[in-house]
Design a protein around this ligand. Structure first.
Ligand SMILES: [Mg+2]
Length: 174
């Protein structure tokens, strides 16, 4: 009988990350402060390159947006921002709400029709997309940048698979 070898924790972490990279087939992006600069009210300059890269690799893409008092725009403005954005063409689904972001994620996951482990979530808020994703088995990327960069992951949000400080770092992940 062969003996089972127990791998070192470090190897296990590496294997897990490789698995995330190989399995993701779709990406759900947050809008405000992830793809779109809510303070300057324009798309982040690197957003187009990142989405083009993902499109070239065959990822299905969606965008979800929750408009709160932090959004620096009304629900109507946010809808127009996305509808008129040069980034819109990259998304199969774009949903905006001012109430329940988890409900938007649920709808997108259903429409994508893929297992959760194949759908990566990218968000600048640990308490929104990261929390949603880690609790349901999605790979997650926390963009630790800007207004909510101090909102550190905790037991409630779970630990994101990746932490990046610039959106462009996704080029090395996806
Ligand atoms: Mg955001």
């Amino acid at each position: 009988m062969a003996l089972l070898k127990i791998k070192k924790p470090r190897s296990l972490v590496y294997i897990f990350i490789k698995k995330v990279k190989q399995e993701a087939k779709a990406v759900i992006f947050d809008w405000g402060r992830t793809l779109f600069d809510s303070e300057a009210k324009s798309e982040f300059p690197e957003a187009k390159e990142v989405l083009e890269h993902c499109a070239g690799k065959g990822y299905k893409m969606a965008v979800v947006s929750l408009v709160t008092q932090h959004a620096n725009s009304t629900l109507k403005e946010r809808k127009r921002q996305i509808a008129e954005s040069p980034l819109k063409k990259f998304f199969e689904i774009a949903l905006v709400t001012d109430t329940d972001k988890d409900a938007l994620f649920e709808q997108v996951v259903k429409e994508l029709g893929l297992p959760r482990e194949e759908i990566m979530i990218v968000d600048d808020r640990t308490v929104r997309g990261i929390r949603y994703g880690t609790r349901r088995g999605h790979p997650t990327v926390w963009l630790q940048k800007g207004k909510f960069s101090g909102e550190l992951p905790d037991a409630e949000t779970g630990r994101p698979d990746y932490v990046i400080s610039e959106l462009k770092e996704l080029l090395g992940i996806l």
